[in-house]
Write a protein that binds this ligand. Sequence first.
Ligand code: PEP
Length: 257
Amino acid sequence: MPKRPYIVGNWKMHGTRAMLSEARTIDRAAQRHMKVEVAIAPPYTLIHPVHREAEQIAVGAQDCHHEESGAHTGDISAAMVADAGGKFVILGHSERRQNHGETDSEIKAKADAALNAGLRIILCCGESEKTRDSGKAVSHVKKQLKASLPQFEDSSEDISERLTVAYEPIWAIGTGKTATTDDIAEMHGEIRALLISLYGEEHGAEVRILYGGSVKPENAAEILATQDVGGALVGGASLTADSFMGIAMAAGEAEES
Ligand code: PEP
């Protein structure tokens, strides 16, 4: 059965307890739009409070450490995310890669740790403007993914339930620019082929590939109707229930058409 579109809000470093009412509103609205799977990744401090309030949406983290515990000041482990009620973790976001120097091999280690802790993962990839202009976007993204995707030793594992990929061109994040639907379709097609080659048709064809980069209610329908787009990873527009659920509604409509 095809999976529901997956709309995930990345709140980044936004949100104090005052934002809990927004999360509540998102949760109530998601209960009326069950054709779409809605989730949010607030700052760590809000994972447990959102988990306690939410009846429909899943809550997750924006990163985790690859070790279970230890002398890592300021870090958080996957087991801690799960203990707080988190169900998934976003890994390899370009802001982590750029601002914290995260490498593909570290991201792979984090992915393994998150899966071991029972979390689902959303693994991000994407190219810079310079890489796109040089015509190397596809090879860059495939190289990133090959080096950071987890292996899944257990063949009975439901890989497509545990893994989501998010394609986020860096130049489109928070800039108001979006990739063209032709470019999105090309990249998502390449990612799909890679997933099938790594995990086989049964799993690789089912893994959802999200698009991220300045998705808003106004452009969501067109993006979400693009071949191989299984949902959206949303930054700025996920901070209010109105705009975030506008995107979720567009996803529901794209599903029906
Ligand atoms: C993101 O940070 O994952 C993102 C897609 O941000 P925005 O929607 O603000 O471009």
